[in-house]
Write a protein that binds this ligand. Structure first.
Ligand code: ADP
Ligand code: AMP
Length: 213
């Protein structure tokens, strides 16, 4: 079962994707994580995208489609979770073609609905474990012991360079201009299932579980 988690930055896609990986053995494909890994490795591509990402703009379709193509294979376990991809109609078409090549298809597109005011608080309070990637929030999901990851015990907590109000404004504009048309596109194909992303993390998890069962 291959699914897309679709929603604005801070909607909770990564948080819910990790839960699906842990509970269902699905494989998370986050283009944001892949691009951050490329930056951390110091590769040419990583250097090329660093400024674009920090400003909150989208990197080119060619780069992200290439990243997904490298990772998509028949070994999807219980299925792929596309997190932060596709973000344009061209990416959506490319994904359909790549899945078709593998004899696979898309099961569901989960639209995580969250209003803009909540997104500012979500983004400015976000931090993650640099070791295992667990996602935290200063208010809604603090670590049990401050500065230490609940999951792996690491003390390497990180905040993203693009998690500030300026960059978020650009990211939201990019979302409304280039990504939100995908909502109509997947609705027309009969694949779209909206969930209320404003609810508590556990409630959102339950709503997604209900959609997938
Ligand atoms: P996305 O991957 O869509 O950008 P994240 O999963 O990283 O979003 O979540 C953004 C921030 O909001 C994180 O700090 C996370 O802990 C927090 N968060 C996620 N889901 C919820 C929720 N349902 N209620 C409150 N906070 C949440
Ligand atoms: P995310 O981790 O999903 O919030 O993405 C962080 C940043 O990575 C975005 O603001 C973009 O600059 C870039 N990015 C991630 N995924 C994509 C994508 N599918 N298309 C274009 N840019 C992307």
């Amino acid at each position: 079962m291959n699914i897309i988690l679709l929603g604005p930055p801070g909607a909770g896609k990564g948080t819910q994707a990790r839960h699906l990986v842990d509970t269902r053995g699905m494989v998370q494909l986050s283009t944001g994580d892949m691009l951050r890994d490329a930056m951390a490795s110091g590769s040419e591509m990583g250097k090329k995208v660093a400024k674009i990402m920090e400003a909150g703009q989208l990197v080119t379709d060619e780069i992200v489609i290439g990243l997904i193509e490298e990772r998509l294979n028949a070994e999807s376990g219980a299925g792929f979770i596309f997190d932060g991809f596709p973000r344009t109609l061209a990416q959506a078409d490319a994904l359909a073609a790549l899945l078709a090549k593998l004899g696979q298809s898309l099961h569901t597109v989960i639209e995580m609905r969250v209003d803009d005011d909540a997104l500012v608080a979500r983004i400015t309070g976000r931090f993650t474990c640099g070791s295992c990637g667990e996602v935290y929030h200063d208010e809604t999901k603090p670590a049990a012991v401050e500065g230490t990851c609940d999951k792996c015990g690491s003390t390497d907590m990180k905040r993203r360079a693009d998690d500030n109000e300026d960059s978020l404004r650009t990211r939201l504009m990019e979302y409304y201009k280039k990504t939100s048309p995908l909502i109509g596109y997947y609705y027309a194909k009969g694949d779209l299932r909206p969930v209320n992303g404003l609810a508590d993390i556990d409630e959102v998890t339950a709503s997604i579980g209900a959609v997938l069962s």
